[in-house]
Ligand binder design. Structure first.
Ligand code: DGJ
Length: 377
């Protein structure tokens, strides 16, 4: 009997050591990314928040099968102090069983992002929201708020944006001159989009908001960045002081440029944005752009990928979602992207790559395995 207990004890110790040994110390793109329970991290279309020296990873909780792209559970959150090892902190924002709620189970909730408001001490989450059984027609942005980083987040509302408000870089005259688009077969379709045809169509009811991200500047000003006008044009809007609503200050960016998946970071006073083209769940070439201020003029810098033709054409088979600034490391940023698997959404994979710089211009290069020491070189 004694022998039996010693055997059990030794097995237990060995098992604990093995588990401990499994601590991760590098990024491997495209493989399963296991959490501390050895389960694949389920937080797609991710957004990251750094709070109290801890990283929080928020994302879409997918389920298996095709239905998995719908929000059956909500937004999941994980925490980490080293970016390699993540602990599941549960569901931050839960979908609602109540079928009268816009946030009901089975609606679409994508790309959740969370920021912390230093004045109100609240955590504020924004996300792309589509109403149940309406495909991608609603094109809403949603907002929720919490007292604690991992929630529970209280759902506030989802809505179209900027109804009856003109952007700073689109005058009343531009508005009056904007044509109407009757169908995609219209002659000069693209030109009409650039000149604000969809903008004008949605002026009274509010502009569409699909793929989105948030960015907080050094002075704590918050920004909401979103794909609008049938995904043809990005809108960048300043958030209110409490981050719970959009102010009237906003701009149209790259009208007719068909940008999705925006991810922003700031280096040496310049604002950089990674984005993608528009091909549904399939990957396409990434884009990079730069501006001197968030509501200033954005200039395209082309495809940031350095690599094979295939890597350039597919952004390493992924689509951008966020850029993480690394704690306590200067000029250290991580490009995070999704390898979507729409037929079995829960199996979607993640790509983590260091943002590298040449002549102060960011670029991305595939690394099968890498760790944070790359930033010390
Ligand atoms: C691409 C977007 O970036 C994703 O978030 C998702 O909306 C898919 N399109 C849906 O096709």
């Amino acid at each position: 009997m004694k022998k039996y207990f010693s055997f059990l004890f030794v097995t237990f110790i060995l098992f604990s050591c093995t588990k401990e040994d499994k601590k991760q110390s590098e990024f491997i793109s495209g493989e399963l990314f296991l959490d501390s329970n050895n389960e694949h991290i389920n937080a797609h279309g991710a957004g990251f928040l750094i709070h109290d020296n801890t990283y929080y990873w928020f994302g879409q909780h997918m389920v298996s099968g095709k239905e998995g792209n719908k929000a059956m559970v909500g937004v999941r959150v994980y925490s980490s102090t080293d970016l390699y090892n993540w602990k599941n902190e549960g569901v931050a924002l839960k979908m609602k069983e109540d079928s009268s709620s816009k946030l009901q189970i089975g609606s679409v909730l994508e790309r959740p992002k969370v920021i912390f408001n230093k004045k109100t001490k609240k955590f504020v989450m924004w996300f792309h929201h589509e109403l149940k059984d309406q495909g991608y027609k609603a094109a809403l942005t949603g907002v929720a708020v919490a007292d604690n980083v991992s929630g529970p987040y209280k759902y506030i509302n989802s809505f179209r944006i900027h109804a009856n408000v003109l952007p700073q870089n689109f005058s009343k005259e531009d508005y009056d001159n904007a044509a109407e688009i009757k169908s995609r077969k219209d002659k000069n379709w693209k030109e009409k989009v650039v000149k604000g045809a969809f903008f004008k169509r949605d002026f009274k009811g509010g502009q569409m908001s699909r793929d989105m991200t948030l960015f907080v500047d050094d002075d704590e000003t918050g920004y909401h960045i979103t794909a609008s006008e049938e995904n043809q044009t990005l809108l960048i809007s300043k958030l209110s002081d409490d981050y719970l609503s959009l102010t009237k200050e906003y701009i149209r960016v790259f009208p007719g440029g068909r940008n999705e998946a925006p991810a922003i970071f700031k280096r040496n006073g310049k604002y950089f944005m990674f984005s993608s083209g528009l091909t549904g769940w399939k990957p396409n070439p990434a884009r990079l752009s730069v501006a001197d201020s968030m509501l200033g003029k954005w200039t395209s810098l082309g495809n940031p990928v350095i690599g094979t033709t295939e890597e350039k054409a597919t952004t390493f088979h992924s689509q951008s979602t966020y850029v993480i600034p690394v704690i306590d490391k200067k000029d250290a940023f991580i490009f995070v992207a999704d390898r979507w698997r729409p037929k079995n959404a829960i199996d979607g994979r993640y790509v983590f790559l260091p943002v590298q710089f040449k002549d102060n211009v960011p670029y991305l290069e595939f690394k099968e395995k890498w760790d944070l020491s790359i930033f010390d070189k």
